[in-house]
Write a protein that binds this ligand. Structure first.
Ligand code: FE2
Length: 388
């Protein structure tokens, strides 16, 4: 990633630079083939072990709209969506992710996806009638990082529910915003994603250049997916957007009223990275769902890359609230194209948790004053085992 000397420190405490080629010790080869022109993250196919329990969580509590359902699967969409679905819940024996699915610009991009991933030696399968209901010709691959990626163009159209105020809830989920993937080697992942046409918007590094996480976009928001350093390949979360902050607070209130507050893992809060207001929930299988709003426009070609110091305790929560350990360590399995869980490989670089809240970690609010300038009770919050 970019050297600190080439970055400019802002008055907010993060650095900015222009996106540069990523250096990695173990790169995925750059294919000769042109990558598919990806429009956006479009849907996730999730395997859940109890379809009724998941339906209660995603439909009755979170208010996603049911496009179609049967005994095996439920197809859900957010308020503003006009294609068939943003989330497929499929009944299965092991909770996992079956597909991270992206929409491409036209049908020829599917040929490009086949050529791109075939050149990389990946398992590539094409289903002209689609792998799931509502989606036509599609390509599924296990990508070089081990994730099941899908690309499609044709999709059935359904009604956009934006005008159906009679149905809206206080916590209305209006769009699918992004995925978040856990992978051991973040620079390797970022270089491959750049080859696939993604642009970096933000990252977290230390002064030695270790990269802990990176955020990447196709649509002009902070991200369509993020790469989080950790044991992987695993799925960290899938995220839906609301219009306003108060919608997120309403979800918290509703969960409390239903005595389901234990579904709240982290937040609500304000991210440093992305500047978005956020909440992390866990579904009945433990799949993590983020609710998020008010990040920023990133569509200009010279959009600055934002880099956060891993020791800045406002990077993941702008208010300095600690990140719970489960958020760093737990994530969902992902499946290969035959439905088998992908093996999980350990991260070898330092973990973000260890360098910030572990026994040897440190975090600061004001870099020039160091951790010791923080009130003692606040220092303790960042050391595991010091909370009590
Ligand atoms: Fe996220």
């Amino acid at each position: 990633m970019t050297n600190r000397e080439d970055m400019t420190l802002t008055s907010s405490g993060y650095y900015v630079s222009q996106e540069a080629p990523i250096e990695t010790d173990n790169p995925v080869a750059t294919p000769q083939a042109t990558p598919p022109d990806i429009l956006r993250c479009a849907y996730m196919e999730l395997v859940v072990t109890d379809l009724a329990a998941s339906r209660q969580f995603y439909v009755d509590i979170l208010g996603l709209y049911v496009t179609e359902e049967d005994d095996e699967a439920i197809y859900l969409r957010s308020t503003e969506e006009f294609i068939h679905h943003n989330l497929v819940l499929r009944k299965g024996p092991v909770a996992a992710v079956r597909a991270f699915s992206y929409r491409v610009r036209d049908a020829e991009d599917l040929d490009r996806a086949v050529a791109f991933y075939t050149e990389l030696g990946c398992d590539v399968r094409r289903e002209t009638s689609g792998f799931v209901k509502g989606i036509g010709d599609a390509v599924r691959v296990v990508d070089p990082l081990g994730f099941p990626y899908e690309f499609f163009f044709q999709a059935d159209h359904v009604e956009r529910m934006s005008w159906r105020y009679d149905l809206h809830t206080p916590g209305e989920l209006v769009r699918l915003d992004h995925f978040n993937q856990v992978t051991p080697d973040v620079p390797r992942a970022v270089k491959y994603m750049q080859d696939l046409g993604f642009r970096v918007t933000e990252d977290i590094q230390d002064e030695e250049g270790t990269v802990y996480a990176a955020w990447m976009r196709r649509k002009p928001t902070v991200h369509d997916t993020a790469m989080t350093g950790g044991d992987g390949p695993r799925m960290h979360h899938v995220c839906f957007a609301t219009h306003e902050k108060h919608n997120i607070l309403a979800i918290c209130d509703k969960l409390g009223a239903l005595r389901r507050s234990d579904a709240i893992e982290r937040g609500p809060g304000r991210h440093g990275v992305s500047n978005a207001f956020y909440l992390y929930l866990r579904d009945p299988d433990g799949h993590r769902v983020e609710v998020y709003t008010q990040d920023y426009y990133t569509g200009d070609p010279d959009n600055p890359v934002v880099t956060w110091d891993v020791h800045d305790n406002q990077r993941r929560d702008w208010w300095g609230n600690p990140v719970v350990p489960s958020w760093y360590t737990e994530a969902s399995l992902v499946l290969d194209l035959d439905g088998n869980p992908q093996p999980v490989h350990a991260r070898t670089d330092d973990s973000e948790m260890a360098v910030t809240i572990g026994a040897d970690g440190f975090s600061y609010t004001r870099k020039d004053e160091g951790e010791e300038s923080m009130p003692e009770y606040k220092q303790g919050e960042y050391k595991l085992g010091h909370q009590l």
